[in-house]
Design a protein around this ligand. Structure first.
Ligand code: GDP
Length: 309
């Protein structure tokens, strides 16, 4: 992901840094090229507009055009604007950096067991991400983790989560036939308390589209279990549809963050780049593969670095 965008921005930067002085029209030309590169990468139009305006304003300033290396300064401005768009911090202040890192990390502060509600469309990578996060919490943070599948419509989904629990070394809530998703969620919380678990993952049923029935169900589960984190898992390969889905879930659920999956695929990257700016939600993790170790904590600076090379 991001290769095409990275190449195009690289070309724009070469044009800027390969010369001494820069005129306002040079900057404007570069901004037009950046605008096209972002739109081609499928970044949402309002986000592109805002981004280009912000960069242009800073780049045509006296300080930049009159500086010894104006090209390099513009590149730095683009880099910083990209980090800002991804929800990172631009401050050199360590306290601010720590604040941003905290926003991206999982919140587990609560009386155990805390619930983490996983929401998203079918096929977005919800169950796989549950497995990845469970493994991460168990191994890196030494948490006792319980998985519960709330997908009463698809027995295969429950079996899949059971297998992932085995791989991740976490507990798995046995299935009782005939229970509703809400009943399973409540039982998961009480079993979690009885079993001395720190974290209970509630893997909600996906649907192929966002509909009221799905939303009502997930909303009721969220009310009953009071999750400390409600994560929306979205497939970054679906581009702007993923952003639209996130908006619709965000309108109904108190989402606390996003997980973007399939970053390892050859998508254009627009969803990953627009998601934060459109929804205002922090991206917490990236899914980078099918296996359980294919998970990265989100880091805006690192992603910007990956795009700009
Ligand atoms: P769910 O229906 O939302 O629970 O989706 P699943 O977890 O079953 O994932 C659907 C498919 O996407 C499976 O084949 C997963 O292996 C695959 N998948 C999930 N996350 C990633 C990822 O980050 N990268 C890749 N390449 N595949 C993923």
């Amino acid at each position: 992901m991001f290769e095409a965008l990275g190449d195009k921005l690289g070309n724009v930067f070469d044009g800027l840094t390969g010369r001494g002085a820069l005129s306002e029209s040079d900057v404007n030309k570069a901004m037009r090229e950046i605008r096209i590169a972002l739109l081609e990468a499928d970044v949402a139009l309002p986000v592109v507009k805002q981004f280009v305006e912000k960069v242009r304003k800073e780049a045509v300033g006296e300080k930049v055009i009159k500086s010894i290396k104006p090209g390099q300064m513009v590149v730095k401005i683009v880099n910083d604007a990209l980090i800002d768009m991804l929800g990172g911090t631009l401050s050199d202040d360590d306290a601010d950096k720590a604040e941003a890192a905290k926003a991206n990390a999982l919140n587990l502060a609560g009386r155990p067991p805390v619930a983490i509600l996983m929401a998203g469309l079918q096929g977005s990578g919800k169950t796989t991400t549950t497995g990845k996060l469970g493994l991460y919490l168990r191994t890196a943070l030494k948490k006792k983790v319980l998985f519960a599948s709330l997908d009463t419509n698809r027995p295969a989904a429950m079996d899949q989560l059971g297998m992932l629990a085995e791989q991740a070394g976490t507990g798995f809530l046995p299935i009782v036939k005939g229970e509703t998703a809400l009943q399973i969620a409540k039982r998961a919380m009480s079993e979690g308390a009885k079993g001395g678990y720190d974290v209970v993952f509630l893997d909600t049923a996906g649907r192929t589209t966002v509909n009221d029935e799905l939303m009502d169900e997930v909303e009721a589960i969220a009310k009953a279990t009071n999750p400390i984190e409600t994560l929306l898992v979205a497939d970054s390969l679906t581009g702007q549809d993923a952003v639209e889905t996130a908006n619709r879930f965000n309108a109904r659920l108190p989402l606390t963050g996003l997980v973007l999956t399939r970053i390892d695929g050859d998508g254009r990257g627009g969803a990953a780049l627009s998601m934060r700016a459109v929804t205002g939600l922090p991206i917490k993790f990236l899914g980078t593969g099918e296996k359980l170790d294919g998970l990265e904590a989100f880091d805006a600076e690192r992603l910007a670095g990956r795009i700009l090379g």
